[in-house]
Ligand binder design. Sequence first.
Ligand code: 1PR
Length: 525
Amino acid sequence: MITLLDYGAGNVRSVINAIESLGQKVKIVSGIDDLLSAEKLVFPGVGNFGSMMRILNDKNYVDALKDYLLSNRPFLGICLGLHALFEKSEEAPDTKGLGFISGEVKKFDINLSVPHIGWNGINIKKPSRIFNGLSGDEKFYFVHSFHVVPDDDSVVLTTTNYGIEFVSGIQKGNITATQFHPEKSGTEGINVLKNFLEPGSEQKAITHVLKETRLSKRIVACLDVRSNDHGDLVVTKGDQYDVRENGNVRNLGKPVELARTYYEQGADEITFLNITGFRDFPLEDIPMMDVLKQTSKNVFVPLTIGGGIRDYTDQNGRKYTALEVATQYFRSGADKISIGSDAVLIAEAYLRTGKKTGNSSIEQISEVYGAQAVVISIDPKRVYVSSPDQTPHQVIKTENIGPLGEAYCWYQCTINGGREGRNLDAITLAQVCEKLGAGEILLNCIDKDGTDSGYDLELINAVKNAVTIPVIASSGAGCVEHFYEVFTKTHAESALAAGIFHRKEVSIPDVKKYLSDKVETRFII
Ligand code: 1PR
């Protein structure tokens, strides 16, 4: 029996699913007694150090946890579960950690995008059974803005390079903790969990030190999901956001099956966009919750869900916050939520008042679940102008001259699935959302969506250069070369595609094979 400490935030569902996939049973801590009697404890954490420690204190778990650690019974901390072991964190300077390991948690101070999101390698610094059966060349999924700095080097199990060489795993006796998420790191990650959970041999994988580990560019498979005219939830795909063909919603497959196929083919991440979400009440959207629950049972890479994440009032006048909506999605297996229309309205309000309210969906979800869990999905359209002074918006000079010979354009934000253009440009939206606590930008482009003509590199460069958070390039991928182009002509961290994968014109292995000797990727198969 594995005991799991769920302090109430983040995606514990995927950790439970990963453990259960190994045939083990999970008991969730519901009181101090469960901690005291635990034989093997897993402590996954996503979110904010301050709010995690507050919850642990409120539940009176802190002393029991310290006792557990001191007793040297097997413990696996994941991400924030690693940070918790330290004395303090720059994420919440006034909050004390468990102090089991002396040292602190610091914010990345580097010239690269933060959060550090994606698949990176590890240098194994001391023998550990946790890596039995692995070659040491595997990549694991990281998502964090803070890293641990132990005072004593002897606890360092692994390090990883991202701007600096930081500690990505610690081991002290039977206490192990990793910055990366084994439950989100495909079969390699599942093997790490297996080594921890099963009472296997005492053999220990030897140290393995690479020169420098490298963050991979991510290939993201996107599934636009909506009810078709028969009420079934299907994967669909639009051409410039129009998902109907001969009057019917295009049906390109079943969401759970397709997500599983893309996972097995090596997708580094899966995104579901519930494109009916903006009309419906998401907390009643049981089929979408079920899709997430089923998918997360056997897809062990990060899952993002978007569509309809905002505050709601139901038919009875009861108000629900976007945070409650997001919580349901996290509980169903999502690792990140993506906010589209609401982000535009929030940014407009912020620009009107110049003030953060602390109440917006972006701020609230980021505060509780961490910036890395909040993706902003931007749906922009090009608007051509003949000179920059024709518009108050942030303009770029374009090589794709407009219909009347215009040499400039700005990218107009839209809401409600591209139906309504707003008086806001995509660059400003991205900058405001970063300020409010968003951790990543999913940058679509309505002009390019479904055209197979390649990504809008000018848009991607303009947004990427304006923010420090990672950007997922989206819309227009038509062949493997387009992925090479977007990774070499822009600094986007990820490239998303939908149509070419669904129509089986190009597969994820095709993309990875093509990129293998040109761009750092997580190679599979
Ligand atoms: O506004 O918070 O409710 O979120 C709605 C979400 O649904 C937004 O993220 C928006 O992008 C998405 N959405 C709404 N309507 C549509 C539509 O197609 N009618 N899908 C839609 C946009 C997602 C793209 C697409 C890429 C790649 N499609 O990310 O997957 O363009 O396509 P391609 O590779 O085939 O070119 P809210």
